[in-house]
Design a protein around this ligand. Structure first.
Ligand SMILES: [Zn+2]
Length: 409
């Protein structure tokens, strides 16, 4: 059996779905012509003149959309109800975790996510740099990856934590002081980080609430180094103060934001910082901790999330679709999109825009996220009309990345 994936785009394709969602709007009756790894033409089916050697693929009843962009993944993690985070970091070898990550990458691509921003290997070193290369070289199927390598945590703040005498490998790379954090930032970039990820706050001891870790000055130093190297910065921040410092330090995105206040979201809007709320991770962890959804009352964590999301929407911040997938199963990335519609009041159309054009804009990827001539041929087809309901989000019928077909009806 040949498991090698054809890395080179193979030819011209005319894709004829029921409609095309171009990243902004639905266009019934459109078709898309692909040449090599690019979109050559998108428009009314009867106006597209396909060259002679074009292969036509009919997708009746389906909507063709841009390959979706996962805003927040961890391909080196698997669900915590299978193995706790501590045990994954301490007991699973990097070889084992890498083998798992290859399966996670494949599941992500086949779920219609042709790009993922992978926000930290959580103890698996620089494995993401190698995984990305293996995907790009066609050795394994997977999404285009944005990688951050190890992520930066304040010394003493992260985990795993067992007996204090034990010097354990940590889920992120520790730094302390401006000089130290500058060195770590530059080293991670030199080893392959496309973005830099830092933790603006965390729980200092297990069971404690999160509190700020890095100072605004330390985070500003990370941002300066990263920007010098052409890299944006993502900040994990759940507390209002951690968010405030990260925003003022100049990060590009804030992850989680569970305790965000109207004031902090207003600041985020003013500074043009995008917000990745990761509602699915709270939903997953609450259930792992025993919450019987639909039976038990909502845990405090979920109620607080509802309030902060309301404040974020009222402030008009830019949302990024990203669920923190890895804490829950890879390939079920659409869980975030479903929850945003079913529990947080977004429309399917708004969420679909987030997962395509809005994520591409906020994550600074102008070559994808829309269906338009000249952009990358990252295209998927969903059964039915995903601009009207969430049901089609997981009904992926066709997957093309870089002009190569990975799944078709
Ligand atoms: Zn995460």
């Amino acid at each position: 059996m040949n498991l090698q994936i054809e890395a080179e785009p193979t030819g011209n394709y005319l894709l004829r779905p029921a409609g095309v969602f171009d990243g902004e709007q639905l266009h019934p009756g459109w078709a898309v012509l692909v040449r090599g790894n690019q979109i050559a033409q998108a428009g009314s089916a009867d106006e597209i003149k396909a060259p002679n050697d074009t292969r036509t693929i009919d997708l009746p009843g389906d909507t063709l959309i841009p390959g979706m962009i996962e805003g927040h993944s961890h391909l080196f993690l698997h669900p915590y109800n299978e193995t706790s985070w501590n045990d994954q970091v301490l007991n699973e070898s990097i070889a084992y975790r890498t083998a798992e990550a290859t399966a996670h990458a494949r599941a992500t691509l086949l779920a219609g996510f042709t790009t993922t921003r992978d926000l930290g290997t959580e103890g698996a070193g620089y494995g993401d740099v190698g995984l990305k290369k293996a995907i790009d070289n066609g050795i394994i199927p997977g999404p285009r990856m944005i990688v951050v390598t190890r992520a930066i945590v304040a010394a003493g703040s992260y985990g795993p934590k067992l007996a204090p005498e034990l010097d354990l490998p940590q889920g992120g790379e520790e730094a302390s002081s401006v000089d130290d954090i500058v060195r770590v930032t530059r080293e991670q970039i030199g080893k392959g980080a496309d973005w830099v990820k830092l933790y603006a706050d965390y729980r200092w001891r297990p069971g404690e609430p999160s509190r700020p870790t890095f100072t605004e000055e330390e985070m500003a130093a990370v941002v300066r180094c990263a920007h010098d190297a052409g890299r944006p910065v993502a900040a994990h921040a759940t507390t209002a103060e951690g968010m405030r410092r990260a925003i003022l330090a100049g990060v590009t995105t804030v992850e989680h934001g569970d305790e965000g206040t109207p004031e902090v979201f207003k600041l985020m809007k003013e500074r043009g910082v995008a917000f990745c709320p990761t509602v699915a991770v709270g939903d997953a962890i609450s259930q792992y901790q025993g919450w019987k959804k639909g039976v038990d009352p909502e845990p405090e964590r979920i109620r607080a999330k509802r309030a902060s999301m309301k404040a974020a929407r009222a402030a008009g911040v830019t949302f990024i679709m990203g669920g923190d997938v890895g804490v829950f199963a890879h390939g079920t990335n659409a869980r975030e999109m479903e929850l945003l519609v079913q529990e947080y009041g977004f429309t399917p159309l708004e969420v679909l825009r987030q997962a395509t054009s809005a994520n591409a804009d906020a994550l600074q990827m102008r070559d994808r996220g829309r269906i338009r001539a000249g952009l990358l041929a990252d295209l998927i087809a969903l059964e039915g009309d995903p601009t009207k309901s969430v049901a089609p989000f997981r009904k992926v019928r066709f997957v093309m990345k870089d002009g190569v077909i990975y799944q078709q009806p």
